[in-house]
Design a protein around this ligand. Structure first.
Ligand code: IPE
Ligand code: IPE
Ligand code: MG
Length: 235
């Protein structure tokens, strides 16, 4: 496992890690459990991985928790995920504060219930002065939806169309582009996640379901990332 000595020696750690947390349903099915049990177990990994990233000194961790396409799931599963999210945020607040983790949400939050929207903004507000890791949950997030909303903002504010101004109007305006993208569960696709921000991300597709993803596996990925040569179009 990476330790704090590695952390200090190594200037090559990613600043921004993004994760597509996939495979909760399959993890549960393989154990003859309901899909919801996979989501419950997955929520526990969110805490483990967040704590680990914070200990490593990572600055931003963006987790794909609910996509604009996930409304297409059965109503009962969607309702379960909404309740889980609300429960998770309420339970997590003291842990965020204890560990100095700042919470932020990205996505089109207006489609959520008023009570969930309130919990999201209260958690953001209460953790806004935390100076450790920023944990970002992507909620009702779709990259195309985000880009459309950004272009609408540009138009309303009569701003010149430039990369800089588009960056400023995206939900992710407060953080740098993704350095390291991880998708669990073996699927090799982006599923509408951070399409603009992943332009030069190093990508890792892992054959492990999200409920089984551990800090050790994350360390392996970070180890490989540190040895990749990022050229950004140069030589
Ligand atoms: C990811 O796991 C969690 C969400 C998308 C909310 P899945 O629920 O997609 O699990 P699989 O892909 O069906 O196994
Ligand atoms: C992507 O996973 C969304 C989240 C992890 C929240 P999905 O399971 O929804 O993606 P697809 O449908 O397999 O592409
Ligand atoms: Mg999936």
């Amino acid at each position: 496992m990476l330790n704090s000595e590695d952390k200090e020696k190594d200037l090559n750690l990613p600043t921004h890690i993004a994760i597509i947390m996939d495979g909760n349903g399959r993890w549960a099915k393989e154990r003859n459990l309901k899909r919801t049990a996979g989501h419950e177990e997955g929520a526990l990994r969110v805490r483990d991985i967040t704590t680990h990233c914070n200990n490593l000194g990572i600055k931003y961790l963006t987790l794909y928790a609910f996509s604009t396409e996930n409304w297409n799931r059965p109503k009962l599963e969607v309702e379960f995920l909404m309740k889980l999210l609300e429960r998770y945020l309420k339970k997590e607040l003291p842990i965020y504060l204890k560990n100095g983790v700042k919470f932020k949400a990205i996505g089109n939050l207006g489609r959520f219930s008023k009570s969930l929207q309130k919990v999201i903004s209260a958690t953001e507000e209460k953790t806004k002065n935390c100076s450790g890791l920023t944990q970002v949950l992507a909620l009702n997030y779709g990259s195309r939806d985000e880009i459309v909303r950004a272009v609408q903002k540009l138009t309303v504010q009569n701003l010149e169309v430039s990369e800089e101004n588009i960056n400023k109007c995206l939900d992710t305006a407060f953080m740098p582009d993704v350095d390291l993208l991880i998708r669990t569960s073996g699927e090799v696709r982006l599923s509408n996640y951070l399409l603009w921000q992943n332009a030069y991300a190093e990508m890792f597709f892992i054959n492990t379901y999200w409920p089984e993803f551990t800090p050790f596996l994350l360390d392996d990925v970070i180890h490989d990332y540190r040895h990749r040569e990022r050229r950004f179009g140069g030589i």
